[in-house]
Design a protein around this ligand. Structure first.
Ligand code: FMN
Length: 325
């Protein structure tokens, strides 16, 4: 980001506040769903570092349907999750967003009510549905996802956000349909965790790599596409590591910016680093609030919005990287 603009507001005076899922947040940098929330102590450290809200790790459908009455107290077990959520709510002052990860509407959807009763301020649904069925069409999958989300929406009164993969064939239409069934927010995008192949042992092995800023671009694209066109809170997840990353997401139109890899790598204190980078950029560019720039680079607001369309694709590919030397 450039250095132009007069310095008018000292760091700390710039207003970074935002509204996400109807929750008033001091700034948009929210720790996303991950093991960062397994321990109450880590959550308190995130809150101390200024996290304006916390998204809890997901409770997985498989864990609920395996044995819903299991009394194990780990925060990844159903009963343990509810107790953990309860304890967190008693201990922190910021909103807590619970997360459920599933694909069917048996079991995990009804668990949504319990999560609401345990005090969650909002619910993030991670619809992790990668179909390998040769006969299931994209339209069927989309309808199925909408049905599942609709069921949850009817069961709880807290705000509901849906976290999706980028693999739907018509993301814009899906977003509109989420809005129509009363969803409050969209979180783009889930990362996929495909296993790798070990050439020496010839085993398929899990491969969890943390993200880098390069993953941000697909998120920017879709936030910029949707901003101002659907009545949904928009959050980016994936590839936000720096203040510049977070600002780009906001300029594209995001209301909140979730961070996981950067916090796992650098610790909770990184929230402050990113926040101050944002403040400095806004101040250098003569802005007193984040609100002034939110969505300013969205398709809806830009005359040069063609960069987001097929025309932009053509231009990029035809300009290319020059002839081979
Ligand atoms: C170790 C780890 C565990 C995660 N667990 C969850 C989870 O329980 N539920 C979920 O929705 N996303 C989970 N995620 C995905 C993150 O919430 C986030 O969407 C993803 O890491 C991209 O954001 P980042 O680039 O800031 O890391 C996990 C990610 C990591 C690295």
């Amino acid at each position: 980001m450039g250095e132009r603009g007069a310095s008018r507001h000292p760091v700390g005076v710039v207003d970074l506040s935002t509204s996400y899922l109807g929750l008033k947040l001091a700034h948009p940098l929210v720790p996303g769903a991950s093991p960062l929330s397994y321990e109450l102590d880590s959550i308190l450290r995130l809150e101390d570092a200024g996290a304006p809200a916390i998204v809890l790790h997901s409770l997985f459908e498989e864990q609920i349907s395996a044995d819903p009455l299991r009394t194990a107290r780990a925060p990844t077990d159903p009963v343990g999750y509810l107790e953990h959520l309860n304890r967190i709510k008693e201990s922190v002052h910021v909103p807590v967003i619970a997360s459920l990860n599933g694909t069917t509407d048996e079991g995990w959807t009804s668990f949504a009510s319990l999560v609401e009763q345990a005090g969650a301020d909002a619910l993030e649904l991670n619809v992790y549905h990668l179909s390998t069925n040769l006969w299931t069409s994209g339209a069927t999958l989309e309808a199925y996802t909408l049905d599942t989300v609709r069921t949850v929406r009817s069961l709880v009164s807290i705000p509901v956000a849906v976290k999706i993969f980028p693999y739907f064939s018509s993301i814009a239409s899906l977003a509109r349909q989420f809005e129509e069934i009363g969803v409050n927010g969209l979180v783009v995008f889930n990362r996929s965790y495909q296993p790798d192949i070990d050439l020496e042992t010839l085993e398929v092995k899990p491969d969890l790599r943390l993200s880098s800023s390069t993953e941000l671009l697909s998120r920017l694209y879709w936030i910029a596409m949707l901003s101002g066109r659907v009545d949904l809170s928009l959050a980016v997840t994936g590839g936000v590591h720096t203040g510049a990353d977070a600002l780009k997401a906001i300029l594209a139109g995001a209301d909140a910016v979730q961070m996981v890899s950067a916090l796992l790598q650098n610790g909770p204190g990184h929230l402050k680093v990113v926040r101050e980078e944002m403040e400095r950029w806004l101040e250098r560019h003569g802005h007193s609030s984040l609100e002034e720039v939110r969505g300013s680079m969205s398709l809806e607001r830009r005359e040069d919005g063609r960069a987001f369309t097929r025309a932009g694709l053509l231009q990029v590919l035809q300009r290319g990287i020059g002839p081979l030397s």
